[in-house]
Design a protein around this ligand. Structure first.
Ligand SMILES: NC(=O)c1ccc[n+]([C@@H]2O[C@H](COP(=O)([O-])OP(=O)(O)OC[C@H]3O[C@@H](n4cnc5c(N)ncnc54)[C@H](O)[C@@H]3O)[C@@H](O)[C@H]2O)c1
Length: 266
């Protein structure tokens, strides 16, 4: 059977917005590029007001402006997720703007270096811990009081298939992504009684600026790891994020949703 590789096949029936996030205010971290940008765009298309958070000011402002140009409610705030001060300030911006925060998508991660145990550097470990793990924690801690007060909230944490299967030469990244799954379980347990849901999304190989390009051996390897025989698109991850963020997932918490073309099931 020939592999499916057309945009039309991938996104058939999946592109009609249904206002699943109307009246909700959302924060998305790492929103200037790739998966975070796609999540922000689809959240806005589904009716949410979205605060896009990133350290890349030009790209972040551009992403928010593109949402507004298409009639959505998007604003940008520069914040480094590893800085408690930046995070608290970004959450204040969202609260002052919309008066409530219903959805948080922790997507920002450190993607600078990937090494095996013997080659991994202290800097690589520090960045993975400070950005990918503690960045998630700082934002979660800052939004929780707002969600608890209204007994309403959905927190989506972007982990990776690398939290579930082994991959070469990426020990710090893999360890931190796996730790995020533990974070999800613990936070979901503690805040379930307040109707705050916490779930993980595990993207597989998704075509973004950090990904191998078509024709490269690593790209072909990634395609071969999946059941669908292809890499995914950021918007396909965004559809999973919308589901977990929305009331469609009202009885889902502490869960891990792979969006990986079948990689982890293979
Ligand atoms: N692309 C993939 O194949 C893939 C696979 C599995 C998981 N993921 C995960 O998806 C998420 C997004 O990855 P992507 O491929 O879209 O990467 P990307 O580089 O395109 O986007 C990451 C964004 O995070 C921002 N960022 C980085 N450090 C930050 C910080 N300290 N504070 C605020 N923003 C910061 C960057 O500026 C960028 O806009 C990451 O958590 C990544 O681990 C990606």
């Amino acid at each position: 059977m020939a592999p499916i590789d057309t945009d039309a096949a991938a996104l058939q029936n999946a592109d009609a917005p249904m206002n699943r996030l109307s009246h909700k205010a959302a924060i998305v971290t790492g929103a200037a590029h790739g998966i975070g940008r796609a999540i922000s765009e689809l959240f806005a298309e589904e009716g949410a007001s979205v605060l896009l958070v990133d350290i890349d000011v030009d790209a972040g402002e551009g992403a928010a402006a593109a949402i507004r140009q298409r009639g959505g409610d998007g604003a940008f705030c520069r914040a480094d997720v590893s800085s408690v001060e930046d995070v608290v300030s970004a959450v204040s911006v969202a609260f002052e703007k919309w008066g409530h925060i219903d959805v948080l998508c922790n997507n920002a991660a450190y993607l600078g270096e990937f090494h095996a145990v013997l080659e991994s550097t202290p800097e690589e470990w520090s960045k993975c811990i400070e950005v990918s793990l503690l960045g998630t924690h700082h934002f979660t801690k800052a939004v929780l009081p707002h969600m608890i007060a209204r007994k309403l909230g959905s927190i989506v944490i972007v982990a990776s298939v690398q939290a579930m299967v082994g991959c070469a030469s990426s020990v710090a990244y893999t360890a931190i992504k796996a730790s995020l799954l533990g974070y999800v379980l613990s936070a979901a347990y503690d805040y379930g009684p307040y109707n705050v849901r916490v779930n993980a999304l595990c993207p597989g190989a998704i075509q973004t600026r950090i990904s191998p390009k078509p024709g490269e051996p690593h790209y072909e390897w990634q395609c071969g790891q999946t059941m669908l025989g292809r890499v995914g698109r950021p918007r396909e991850v965004a559809h999973g994020a919308v589901f977990l963020a929305s009331d469609d997932a009202s009885y889902i918490t502490g869960a891990v949703l792979p969006v990986d073309g079948g990689w982890t099931a293979k």
